[in-house]
Design a binder for this molecule. Structure first.
Ligand code: ATP
Ligand code: MG
Length: 422
């Protein structure tokens, strides 16, 4: 028996109803805020990710699934969506007709990290991006949308963590202060941090190694170094969140390691998932378009970890997975060839009316068919043997009350529709 690849997962039929419900809820909410779906490739040129995610990151250093295809091109299974969305915006010149584009996309990402609970090598993200706007109101709106989504999904145990990363004006001075702070503590840092600190000192702030965290506890904060414009931008975002009663915590450690990340940065965290506490992460990347060779347009967005979101919803809403598992509306217990063929025809007609009727094609006994009807949770069962067929009278059984009523052979479908749609 061939097994699936380590770190990959199957989403089984019993779980997929919950996934679909969450995806539907998210898509519906984004649409209410004027977002449209964009579909991007699963693979891109390796260069796109190397340049947009950055060489000094875990993703690019060690997690990408990269291969040389038969034509000799270096291609990579996408580890995230933002790079592709930006590429699509630039390549299709979406900015030429309507500079501000609000898009979302849902799909799998690939990162070869150590598999553990809440961490897979193929995982799913819901991505939302607003391209072409520099407004702090847009950042606030993204955070509000995320929290509205949590509310629609009845998830309570989540908090917003917020920071500003400044801009190319004010970050260099901060970087210097941070480097000076790190300099005195380099020997206690992990090997990744030691290697990265010169190129990428901000990354040391979000290292998860406990010794690194301790060493960085008193590090200088970007917020104390913001220029006036960045300060005003950050305050505008905070003010909108306050006016909408969205609580948030300012978190100095929340950073991204690359120069093109600017200003607002945020994360949605939960205590429901143990070690993997980040449900969603996002922020502004005003420098990315220019870094990819496009016009210098601003952008902002977020990514939700869908695997983790599904887990939280399943944990925080009792019975939610069952509620989103569709049950048959009717079971048809048919006995004998002629009855089965008749039942089959009704099944198809009922499906056209949006009614799911289930039957047995294996010619089992009435008893075992009634058992199956119970197991499937069908509220009604229509009983159809050769005798019923000959007499033109069938029996419709309410599986809960056990009451039975006759149904006439000539009017089965309309009668059933009357009962089932009532
Ligand atoms: P983490 O800190 O958990 O490694 P990250 O900073 O690498 O997350 P992002 O690249 O910001 O994550 O992706 C956004 C979200 O995608 C994360 O908040 C998380 O919920 C989810 N995510 C990231 N990596 C994985 C993974 N390997 N398996 C499942 N979900 C993931
Ligand atoms: Mg990660």
């Amino acid at each position: 028996m061939i097994q699936r690849i380590r770190g990959f997962r199957d989403i089984l039929p019993a779980e997929s109803g919950l996934w679909q419900y969450i995806e539907r809820t998210a898509a519906g909410l984004f649409t209410d805020f004027g977002f449209k779906q964009i579909r991007i490739p699963l693979m891109e040129r390796t260069e796109l990710f190397a340049r947009s995610i950055g060489e000094d990151t875990d993703i690019v250093e060690k997690e990408m699934y990269t291969l040389t295809d038969r034509g000799g091109d270096q291609i990579t299974l996408r580890p995230e969506a933002t790079a592709s969305v930006v590429r699509a915006y630039l390549q299709n010149k979406l900015y030429a007709t309507e500079p501000v584009q609000k898009v979302y996309t849902i799909g799998p990402m690939f990162r070869r990290e150590r598999p553990q609970k809440g961490r897979y090598r193929q995982f799913y993200q819901i991505n939302v991006e607003v391209l072409g706007s520099a407004s702090a109101l847009v950042d606030a709106q993204l955070i509000v949308m995320l929290m509205r989504l949590m509310a629609r999904l009845e998830v309570k145990d989540v908090s917003v963590h917020l920071n500003s990363l400044g801009c190319p004006e004010c970050r260099p001075a901060y970087r210097k202060a941070l480097l000076a702070y790190i300099d005195g503590r380099a020997e206690v840092l992990c090997s990744d941090c030691r290697r990265r600190q010169q190129n990428n000192p901000l990354r040391v702030l979000d290292c998860k190694v406990p010794d690194c965290r301790d060493a960085m506890a008193q590090a200088p904060a970007m917020r104390d170094h913001l220029c006036d414009d960045c300060q005003a931008h950050f305050e505008a975002c905070c003010t909108m969140l306050q006016r909408q009663d969205v609580p948030f915590e300012i978190d100095n450690r929340l950073v991204r390691g690359l120069d093109y990340y600017t200003r607002t940065t945020f994360e949605i965290q939960t205590s429901a998932l143990g070690a993997q506490s980040a449900v969603a992460g996002g922020g502004r990347y005003d420098g990315l378009m220019a870094a990819l060779g496009g016009p210098a347009l601003p952008a902002t967005g977020f990514a939700i970890g869908l695997d983790r979101l599904v887990e939280i919803v399943a944990q925080s809403v009792p019975g939610v997975a069952d509620r989103h598992q569709r049950l048959p509306d009717l079971y048809v217990a048919a006995l004998g060839d002629a009855s089965q063929q008749q039942a089959y025809l009704w099944l198809c007609q009922l499906a056209d009316e949006g009614i799911w009727a289930e039957m047995d094609f294996e010619d089992r006994s009435l008893k075992s068919q009634m058992k199956r009807a119970d197991r499937l949770g069908a509220p009604w069962t229509l009983i159809l043997g050769e005798r019923e067929l000959a007499e033109g009278r069938l029996v419709l059984r309410n599986m809960q009350t056990k009451q039975q009523q006759p149904v006439s052979l000539d009017t089965v479908v309309p009668e059933l529709l009357g009962h089932l749609k009532a």
